[in-house]
Design a protein around this ligand. Structure first.
Ligand SMILES: Cc1cc2nc3c(=O)[nH]c(=O)nc-3n(C[C@H](O)[C@H](O)[C@H](O)COP(=O)(O)OP(=O)(O)OC[C@H]3O[C@@H](n4cnc5c(N)ncnc54)[C@H](O)[C@@H]3O)c2cc1C
Length: 390
């Protein structure tokens, strides 16, 4: 095949751009260094037949109608509203913290007093941020805020990010509000669904085109040469003029020229158990005493009915080191000014190549949920397809 486009990475960012290019009649080469497609959404049954998300649990939710319509082309989906419990003071309560959590952890009269004051202080609001509770003048609300801050945020955030909470980007803390009611859904998005047969078949359907050739177990660095002086990218020795859409880690692409971009990584500890059910929710958070942050029970995400067996995952946050045997998967971007400045230095290198396009969470050094990654990839595809030269 003579390719019009090269896509590096077969996660959503790569698969969407490849699918859009192929649909427009372009010949696309997709390469991924992993043995399989799907990126971090890759799922497959384990030995007990439990559908496991091998890079951590993934729940689809979006407010984008475009994204929702797009993904429906490749799979049937079933409605799924995610609910998370957290173990606080030995009790399992809804997370985000809501009025049910309040009722469970506080004496009845105190809980009623806090509830009333919250509703008076934030009239008509569905949620309040933890920071707004902490800055409340009312002593009852302020100490309630301190309680939630300590039990839900403080230790969890330190574990997750490996740094004191005051050094963590504010947006991370604002992501989990306090709910002023009994709504115990983790997400509020308009569209909340899970794919009927899992995520991997979606990628198979997206990449199933006579215009797409997929090569797995192929590291971009072994196939592409980047000539920084002339701004030329070669594919196996031959200069390639078409778009090269890169969705991998930008620092790796440039041989860590300025050092690795920092990420948080995870040690994923899967356990197969001979029991039908392990816990009352798909995800239980452990904000305080334990070294792990959460346990996921996969059957409760997929709705699979498999009596006598279940599979769980404990996530242990750890530092990322691209050269280490463990912790070498970049999971979460650490978005602080120093790291973003380092990223910009890599962008400057990338700009030397007029046909190189950066797309996705690793190449853009940005946290995207699945829907954000899909939307970004659709937009990049739109802009590439508008070009007359393609
Ligand atoms: C633990 C965790 C849980 C998450 N849960 C959710 C969730 O519940 N809901 C949600 O919406 N989002 C969730 N996300 C976010 C979601 O994973 C991302 O939106 C998604 O991964 C973005 O897709 P991507 O294609 O940009 O990146 P990826 O999925 O990481 O795909 C990148 C691909 O590029 C390949 N690659 C990289 N470098 C090279 C190279 N040099 N050569 C060849 N191939 C290469 C990789 O092997 C990989 O397959 C979660 C993220 C994490 C870390």
């Amino acid at each position: 095949m003579n390719y019009d486009v090269i896509v590096i990475g077969a996660g959503f960012s790569g698969a969407v751009t490849a699918q859009q290019m192929a649909q427009a009649g372009k010949k696309v080469l997709v390469i991924d260094k992993r043995p399989q497609i799907g990126g971090n959404m890759y799922d497959a049954p384990d030995e007990n037949g439990v559908l496991v998300h091998w890079y951590g649990p993934h729940i689809f939710h979006t407010n984008s109608q475009r994204v929702w319509e797009y993904v429906q082309q490749f799979s049937k989906w079933f409605p799924y509203e995610h609910r998370v419990l957290g173990r606080i003071d030995g009790q399992l309560v809804p997370i985000p913290f809501n009025f049910k959590s309040l009722d469970t952890l506080f004496p009845k009269e105190k809980a009623q007093e806090i509830q009333k004051k919250l509703l008076d202080l934030f009239p008509g609001q569905r949620t309040a941020s933890i920071m707004s509770l902490l800055s409340a003048k009312d002593e009852t609300i302020h100490s309630f805020g301190e309680f939630v801050f300590e039990k839900v945020f403080l230790h969890y955030t330190a574990k997750q990010w490996g740094m004191p909470i005051d050094q963590v980007d504010r947006s991370v803390i604002d992501r989990v509000p306090v709910v002023l009611g009994y709504d115990d859904r983790y997400f509020q998005d308009t569209y909340q669904f899970m794919p009927e047969k899992g995520y991997t078949p979606i990628f198979e359907a997206m990449l199933d085109s006579p215009n797409i050739q997929v090569q797995t177990n192929r590291e971009a660095g072994t196939m592409l040469k980047l000539d920084e002086v002339n701004g030329v990218i070669s594919l196996e020795g031959t200069p390639f003029q078409g778009p090269v859409i890169f969705t991998g880690a930008i620092d790796q692409l440039f041989g860590y020229a300025y050092g690795p971009l920092p990420y948080r990584s995870l040690r994923l500890d899967f356990q197969r158990l001979e029991t039908t059910s392990f816990q009352p929710a798909a995800v239980v958070n452990y904000p305080n005493e334990e070294d792990f942050t959460r346990i996921t029970e996969f059957k409760k995400l997929s709705g699979q009915e498999l009596p006598g067996v279940t599979t769980i995952l404990r996530e242990y946050p750890m530092a990322y080191d691209p050269m280490a045997a463990q912790g070498n998967t970049p999971y979460y971007v650490i978005s602080d000014p120093e790291n973003l400045a380092l990223y910009q230095r890599y962008v400057k290198l990338a700009e030397k190549f007029p046909n190189l396009f950066l797309c996705g969470r690793l190449a853009e050094y940005k946290y995207y949920n699945m829907d954000g990654a899909i939307l970004q990839a659709l937009r990049l595809s739109d802009s590439l397809l508008e070009r007359k030269s393609l």
